[in-house]
Write a protein that binds this ligand. Structure first.
Ligand code: MG
Length: 349
């Protein structure tokens, strides 16, 4: 049936994703995560998007959905082919709510790609053969479970180990009992003073670790700079790098910026953060939250631009409603269909 010649129609839903195993970091333990899914239909084409609210920034799926409902008239009055104008307008009208904004922005670019028959990487002028290897994350757990998880992760050549609780030494010992793979360590702000951070990072330097992510609380930038001048391992900013404005103050304290669509508000803002970080002489990484293949595939399309990828959020869930990016030998393989190239799973496991 032909659609009326009006603006796009938007549908918002909350989707509960089940974790394969309970997931623990310094911040929380959970068995499921709720994400925001949006579907935008215009001129017979539907663009899909997803945002995973980050509890650290006091976001929730419920609040994100309410915020989207509150701007529905704006969303339905605009032209998705003007995607840059569209996202700028939404950003101005929606304070905070970065996961909701990410869902909208992803849906816009999925729609634009489908409209012009181009995969997102092509629309962005990127080479799909330039994708990096993704790490696979191992959450905080008992030694026995960590050993099991590491063995289950056999297909992934680089592991990201969560630390920052009391168990760092036993965690690493458990990992090293079963693998000699390169490791990345994410502390999630867990080491609360510079002496502890220095001691721990010097210890990790002899343990086959590639870098350490967010060793201290985000606001402790001068303390991180003090530690950085005394260690060899690169330090990655995650919680300390939520938006463009914060990037310049990280120089000298951090070496790498972890860019996440859910943290900054979508694909377009992530592109700006990647370019700004590079201009400041920082390396870049694409990270993610626990999410379905919808959000992870969106981030993967940008991955030819970055030095490191940590795009495993869809690998941690058991009921992924979509299929899109794949991982072969650790490398991200982008789908070739238009837009994101994601398709619904015929029979979710
Ligand atoms: Mg992190």
């Amino acid at each position: 049936m032909p659609e009326p010649p009006s603006g796009p129609r938007w549908a918002f839903t909350q989707v509960r994703l089940s974790l394969r195993r309970p997931w623990t970091t310094t911040m929380s333990t959970s068995e499921h995560r709720d994400t925001i899914h949006v579907a935008m239909t215009h001129n017979g084409i539907t663009g899909l998007g997803e945002g995973a609210p980050i509890a650290r920034y006091r976001e929730s799926a419920e609040d994100g959905l309410r915020a989207l409902e509150s701007i529905r008239p704006t969303l339905e009055a605009m032209d998705p082919s003007e995607f840059q104008k569209f996202s700028t307008e939404i950003s101005g009208r929606l304070p905070g709510q970065f996961a909701a904004k990410a869902a909208v922005d992803i849906a816009l670019l999925d729609w634009v790609g489908k409209r012009y028959g181009l995969p997102l990487f092509r629309l962005l002028g990127l080479d799909p053969n330039d994708t990096p290897i993704t790490s696979y994350s191992i959450g905080v757990d008992t030694g026995e479970v960590i050993r099991e998880k590491v063995l289950e992760a056999e297909a992934y050549p680089i592991l990201k180990i969560k630390m920052g609780l009391q168990s760092d030494e036993t965690t690493l010992a458990a990992v090293r009992e079963v693998t000699d793979k390169p490791l990345r360590v994410d502390v999630n702000e867990g080491w609360k003073d510079r002496e502890t951070a220095l001691r721990k990072i010097q210890w990790l330097e002899s343990q086959g670790v590639e870098f350490v992510e967010q060793p201290m609380p985000a606001e402790m930038i001068s303390e991180t700079r003090w530690v950085r001048s005394r260690v060899r391992l690169p330090i990655v900013a995650d919680e300390a790098a939520t938006n463009l404005r914060e990037l310049s103050q990280l120089v000298g304290a951090y070496d790498v910026v972890n860019v996440k669509l859910d943290k900054c508000g979508g694909i377009q803002e992530a592109l700006r953060m990647i370019q700004a970080a590079r201009a400041l002489g920082l390396k870049t990484m694409l990270g993610c939250m626990v999410a379905s293949s919808l959000s992870i595939t969106a981030a993967a399309h940008l991955s030819p631009l970055v030095d490191y990828a940590d795009l495993d959020g869809n690998l941690l869930i058991s009921n992924d409603p979509y299929q899109g990016v794949e991982v072969r030998g650790g490398r991200l393989i982008l789908p070739r269909g238009p837009g994101l190239g994601v398709t619904p799973c015929a029979a979710p496991p």
